[in-house]
Design a protein around this ligand. Structure first.
Ligand SMILES: N[C@@H](CCC(=O)N[C@@H](CS)C(=O)NCC(=O)O)C(=O)O
Length: 226
């Protein structure tokens, strides 16, 4: 198999790339990284010096790439099957990249900050950082709600890389910072996302691992039970 994805089924940034791979119909081998296993960890750090997943390895062309957005762009260029995750038009591409950044920076990373707090030892808690993260997500949900008023997908007429970025940001984001009743467009958009085959498949594959998610007690039963 020419493409290997180093990943973990619970990892939110891996979900973003998995959605893209399933949407595109790309064949790949997944290699599960286990940070608790020293051999798996050491082998992974050789490929990803920052220790962040996902990482894509293209064995045939000897390319190793971290960063979810860059991996999706690489697949779009070098392994297109059904791809359309980045539109042809340069102006539309910018919109896709803009909204991809929006989800990663203003919802996904603050969500990680909130989840990470539950993994910190007693003396290292940072409630101020957590409340800043909640405030950032709150602001971002407001911006998204307005933007989605007349759109089916967030950045282009068809499902794009920006929607791939939206999936884990809103999936885990809605658990740690639920949508309030005013966010109708955002709720409807989220339902459109989770009803796609690619997204259902990612959630199905993650389900056995949801028991390890620090906020599992607030996960909606429909995702826990399938
Ligand atoms: N900017 C990176 C973020 C990747 C990232 O934060 N990955 C998390 C898993 S969702 C990770 O590897 N965390 C391990 C760690 O920080 O030790 C991307 O887009 O791929």
């Amino acid at each position: 198999m020419t493409l290997k994805l180093y990943m973990h089924p619970l990892s939110s940034f891996c979900h973003k790339v998995l959605v893209a791979l399933y949407e595109n119909g790309t064949s790949f081998e997944s290699v599960i990284v286990d940070f608790s296993n020293s051999d798996s960890r050491a082998a992974f750090f050789e490929k990803s010096p920052m220790g962040k997943m996902p990482v894509l390895q293209d064995v045939e062309s000897n390319v190793i790439l971290p960063e979810s957005s860059i991996i999706i762009e690489y697949i779009n260029i070098h392994h297109p099957v059904h791809c359309g995750l980045l539109p042809q038009d340069a102006g539309e591409q910018l919109q896709v990249r803009l909204w991809d950044r929006f989800f990663d920076l203003y919802i996904h990373q603050p969500m990680q900050r909130i989840v990470g707090e539950r993994l910190r030892p007693e003396g290292s808690l940072d409630p101020h950082g957590v409340s800043e993260a909640h405030a950032t997500i709150d602001k971002a949900y407001g911006v998204l709600e307005q933007h989605l008023a007349d759109r089916q997908w967030v950045a282009s007429p068809t499902f794009s890389m920006a929607d791939c970025a939206a999936v884990p940001a809103l999936f885990y984001g809605s658990i740690v910072h639920p949508f309030n009743d005013d966010l109708r467009n955002t709720r409807d958009y989220f339902e459109r996302l989770v009803s796609r085959h690619s997204v259902k498949r990612v959630i199905d594959e993650a389900r056995p691992y949801f028991q390890y998610f620090p906020y599992r007690e607030t996960m909606p039963p429909r995702f826990l039970q399938g």
